[in-house]
Design a protein around this ligand. Sequence first.
Ligand SMILES: NC(=O)c1ccc[n+]([C@@H]2O[C@H](COP(=O)([O-])OP(=O)(O)OC[C@H]3O[C@@H](n4cnc5c(N)ncnc54)[C@H](OP(=O)(O)O)[C@@H]3O)[C@@H](O)[C@H]2O)c1
Length: 276
Amino acid sequence: MSSTTPILVIGATGKVGSRIVSRLQASGTPVRAASRRSSPAFDWEDQSSWAPALAGAEVAFVAFVPDLAAKGAPETIRAFAATALASGVRRVVLLSGRGEANAQLSEQIMMASGLGCTVVRASWFAQNFSEGIMLPSVLSGVIALPAGQRREPFIDVDDIADVAVAALTDARHVGEIYEVTGPRLLTFADAAAAISAASGSHVDYVPISLDDFHAALLPEVGPDHAEFLTRLCEEVFDGRNESLSDGVQRALGRPARDFADYCVAMAATGIWRRAA
Ligand SMILES: NC(=O)c1ccc[n+]([C@@H]2O[C@H](COP(=O)([O-])OP(=O)(O)OC[C@H]3O[C@@H](n4cnc5c(N)ncnc54)[C@H](OP(=O)(O)O)[C@@H]3O)[C@@H](O)[C@H]2O)c1
């Protein structure tokens, strides 16, 4: 990799992308941060925006929105890979989701595209509770999900970013599929208890049915996205993800961070403090 060509980060303002940008900038690596708000803008829904954002980059991090498990994602990834190749990109690091059939199809398409590809296939992000969709629930004191007593190995997004940066900056990671999870399986009740213990504010986990989950989402996100998220939960909470993977250890030579440590660090920032 030439040290003068920027590493393109797609999804640069997101949970994973923003951490990748910070790490690369801190090490003096040229970076091009891309999202709908960058200049040039990159929009997954506007193919004409892809080539201008890709021009001059040889290496790219790719976070697809809304989710590689979404309908149509494999076709979009196929078209994106062709545009990237034509633009001179040689290597990509693809962020993917664990246990999602459509996501795994997109991984295969990217791997077979002619681009050197590393897949970072992540479990449920710990940061969903502090920067993502579950923060309002944590602040309300009730996490309601159709996850029953399923156990999930929550992954710290800082670990995902570390793995992605390793792969972006070293071509020896090409061809690897790093399935990254935290070091322990926890139920959502365990997660709520860990957040409660660290923050000092009680949070309950309430298992709900898929129908109730869908009904609660409908007014917030509309019928299409409510249906997608409900089917996604049905898929990833059927037991398939109740195991640990060694992707962090394999990529970085160190263990993944523990959820309890994440909770202590987040509580210290005050993010979970409730209004008096
Ligand atoms: N959350 C989880 O537990 C989990 C687990 C496994 C995998 N994943 C995967 O992680 C990815 C999301 O990463 P993240 O959580 O870091 O992102 P995020 O925090 O949800 O942020 C989304 C990013 O995508 C950009 N964006 C939104 N709409 C866009 C569009 N139409 N075109 C181009 N960019 C767009 C946003 O920036 P702008 O608003 O500036 O455009 C932002 O940079 C998804 O592919 C998801 O499947 C998530």
